[in-house]
Design a protein around this ligand. Structure first.
Ligand code: SF4
Length: 323
């Protein structure tokens, strides 16, 4: 992957967002179309296990992916049309999301991936899978496709802590993941890693342990998924019966350091939901009616450390620039 970033994003965030990365790489905003290649998963079909990971839905974590009874071309058409109804988009990532998308005969994989990559609107393939499902023939295929258009492989790691991995029934030890990353990188394939934060009984130190581990590997992206518990999963059954700690809003606010509760109380402007409300706002604005001055002051007092009009002076002083 070409280095398309300086150290941080222009907005000062200490991470490189996918959105900005895509804009730099492809020159415009790119959207994902989620696809269903009709796969299953070795953690469900009995090869490794039958219950699957405890957080995984019956749709193999692909509840919003396309309809597997349609061809990839049809799913792509439907997905692109749905997105284009809302905004003008030219480029798409074909995202094979549901179940384990390298767990099928290589001929089938070649057929569906080639169908996606041949779509002129598709600028990259993104393939969600497990690290224990890349036999040599599949790796060879991915390497070949990667020479036509960028191929990203999304590996579901979730955690490197072995007791949590056992609890969530991940079904492979972490060194299998490490080796998979290495093999994929040997082929120049972009590796994205799924991590779930706040898995049951994981402490902050355990979460950092996962991140420290990933920092030592040659990965190109990370998806940080906050734990959510889907109805009907084994995780939901565990939660209902035993309960485990999930961070509440107060804790989340403390960690984020910047949250409003409820946000609408602090909005220093109209919440415009339809055309009439917009015209009303325009009318008020033209008449100089400002209903939100006091709320703006409230927000200002909450987020600004200083409001004495001397910030430039302070900055000059801070930078050591003599007047
Ligand atoms: S590996 Fe993926 S598809 Fe399989 S059970 Fe786990 S989350 Fe679901």
């Amino acid at each position: 992957m070409a280095p398309v970033f300086s150290q941080f994003q222009p907005d000062g965030e200490r991470y490189r967002s996918l959105n900005l990365y895509l804009k730099k790489l492809f020159g415009e905003k790119v959207y994902k179309v989620t696809l269903n290649g009709g796969m299953t998963c070795p953690n469900r079909d009995g090869h490794i296990g039958t219950g699957g990971c405890i957080f995984c839905s019956a749709m193999g974590s692909g509840d919003f992916a396309g309809n597997a009874s349609l061809s990839i071309t049809e799913q792509l058409r439907e997905g692109k049309d749905a997105i284009r109804k809302k905004r003008p988009v030219r480029k798409f990532i074909a995202y094979f999301q549901a179940f384990t998308n390298t767990y099928a005969p290589v001929d089938h994989l070649e057929k569906i991936f080639t169908e996606a990559i041949n779509d002129p609107d598709v600028c990259a393939l993104s393939i969600a899978t497990r690290p224990d499902c890349q036999p040599p023939a599949v790796l060879e295929l991915l390497g070949r496709l990667n020479r036509i258009k960028p191929v990203w492989v999304e590996l579901g790691l979730q955690t490197v802590n072995s007791e949590t991995a056992r609890f969530i029934r991940r079904g492979y030890p972490t060194d299998v993941f490490d080796h998979a990353v290495h093999r994929l990188r040997m082929l120049g394939i972009t590796v994205i890693v799924h991590v779930i934060l706040f898995l049951p009984y994981e402490t902050k130190e355990m979460m950092f342990h996962t991140i420290d581990h990933l920092n030592k590997l040659d990965i190109q992206g990370i998806k940080l998924q906050l734990l959510h518990i889907l109805k009907g999963t084994d995780l939901a059954a565990v939660y209902e019966k035993t309960h485990f700690h999930v961070p509440d809003m107060e804790e989340y606010s403390k960690r984020r350091g910047f949250a409003f509760d409820p946000p609408t109380d602090y909005m220093p402007g109209d919440l415009i939901k339809d055309k009439d409300q917009f015209y009303q706002w325009l009318d008020d604005f033209n008449k100089g009616i400002d209903k939100y001055e006091s709320i703006r002051n409230k927000v200002k007092n909450k987020v600004h450390l200083y409001s004495d009009g001397k910030s430039c002076e302070r900055l000059v002083e801070y930078c050591g620039i003599n007047k």
